[in-house]
Design a protein around this ligand. Structure first.
Ligand code: GLN
Length: 447
């Protein structure tokens, strides 16, 4: 059942739907849910394990937060409840949203419903796998460098990363504060617009929240509007054959639907990964400094003094990938390296932004790959650098703060979904949804 259909159900029918989804999730072997709580009555929405829901466990899939219970609702949760929705279930994720496969979770990996030997993507892998696998009608995820869009693409569902500042981060466990955004993962474009409309808007509790009015996307959806869409030729050269095929298919469908395609190149893409992994780890190291065994979650036992308490709690509580990023982040922020790495990365971030804005002088939208390939096999990425490289198409969007929607385009010869993303100028989100709807109708993709 789609979200828009669930909106027409009676209270009793919604309760039955909630029970049915939770029962299915408990039986499922996907490991998409890591908690089965529900907050009231209404249209059930699955919530990633880094978003606070009052009185629910919230752990960011980390050992260090085991036992921590959220004392308040995130703003997005307040908004959902006020709109008649019911947060239902906890979605699995990579620990502290650091990862691209959902394998770094304390609760174990989530599986891709299209092929259980493959990853669902990450870090919002639980959210995407549940929506694709019929265990949730829609979900919330968070996207710091692709974590909504990439799992959506691997699982054949729709995921939207809003413009930075459009959705409140109040109550979202911070990974990299200048990059994080909460967004919807749904079965289709219209559902994404409906859910996004509910969670978007200014919030005085988040100092980076943009004070702009949110105009309903769902009410203004128009698949007949025509746009100029840029495709980045040097991007596509780096993608697999499957992704290139999806690109050709999408370009043809967009042209047939009356959109104009512009061919462009981006010169600074080779700096994206280094820039992102300097800024994201610097912010992560800072944000994660608060987990010391005193204030939140799990505390190490048998400690001799305060230093020992911090040391043991953090050594035991954080997983390998999180530790790697704390080390990297503290390194790039340390005196002597701060100018060479952190400040330089901030400068390159401006270059990347300027390049995108130049394209938006001529085009309304950009069509781009999400991942270089389809979902990889579970356990197949051992080298962290290889994993970081797979983020090459998504991270620039967060560095620049742009909105982007990931949608399924086709399935490859092994029946695995291939997705692409539509990107727009900051705060100009309606064209993304309009063009995505026209593409969705033209392609008729089914999961
Ligand atoms: N894969 C990227 C990272 O590990 C993005 C994760 C995310 O968007 N939360 O940082």
């Amino acid at each position: 059942m789609k979200l828009k259909e669930a909106l027409n159900l009676s209270k009793e029918e919604l309760k039955a739907l909630q029970d049915e989804l939770l029962a299915k999730a408990k039986e499922s072997d996907l490991n998409a849910y890591v908690g089965f709580e529900c907050a009231g009555e209404g249209v059930p929405i699955l919530i990633k394990d880094n978003i606070q829901v009052k009185n629910w466990s919230v752990t960011s899939a980390s050992k260090i937060l085991q036992g921590y219970i959220a004392p308040y609702n995130a703003t997005v949760i307040e908004k959902l409840i006020n709109a008649g929705f019911a947060p239902t279930g906890r979605a699995n994720m990579d620990e502290f949203a650091m990862g691209s496969t959902t394998e770094s979770s304390f609760y174990g990996a989530t599986k891709n419903p299209h092929d259980k030997t493959r990853v669902p993507g990450g870090s919002s892998g639980g959210s995407a796998a549940a929506v694709a696998g019929g265990l949730a009608i829609a979900a919330l995820g968070s996207d710091t460098g692709g974590s909504i869009r990439q799992p959506a693409a691997y699982c054949g569902v729709v995921g939207f990363k809003p413009t930075y500042g459009k959705v409140s981060r109040y109550g979202l466990a911070a990974y990299a504060s200048s990059l994080d955004q909460i967004g919807p993962i749904t079965q289709d474009v219209e559902d994404a617009a409906i859910l996004y409309d509910i969670i978007a808007g200014h919030d005085s509790k988040d100092s980076t929240s943009a004070n702009v009015e949110h105009i309903s996307i769902a009410k203004n959806l128009d698949a007949n509007k025509k746009y100029t869409i840029a495709v980045i030729d040097n991007y596509i050269a780096e993608a697999s054959e499957d992704v290139q095929k999806a690109y050709e298919l999408a370009i043809k469908a967009l042209e047939d639907a009356g959109h104009k395609i512009l061919h462009k190149n981006l010169a600074n893409t080779k700096y994206d990964i280094a820039t992102y992994y300097i800024i994201a780890t610097a912010e992560a190291a800072t944000n994660l400094a608060r987990f010391d065994g005193v204030r939140y979650g799990r505390r190490a036992e048998d400690v001799k003094n305060t230093h020992d308490l911090f040391f043991k709690t953090r050594s035991e509580g954080f997983g390998e990938e999180v530790k790697r990023r704390i080390l990297l982040g503290n390194f790039v922020l340390s005196s002597g390296y701060y100018d060479a790495y952190y400040i330089k990365a901030q400068k390159v971030r401006h270059l990347i932004r300027d390049e995108f804005n130049k394209i938006f002088d001529e085009a309304d939208l950009i069509l781009s790959p999400i991942a270089p390939s389809v979902a990889p096999k579970l356990g197949s990425i051992e080298d962290p650098l290889e994993m970081y490289k797979s983020d090459m198409f998504t991270i620039a969007i967060n560095l620049v703060g742009l909105p982007a929607l990931s949608m399924p385009i086709m399935k490859n010869s092994e029946d695995l979904p291939v997705g692409l993303q539509l990107i727009a100028k900051a705060f100009n989100e309606q064209p993304i949804f309009n063009a995505a709807l026209s593409l969705e109708r033209a392609l008729n993709y089914t999961n």
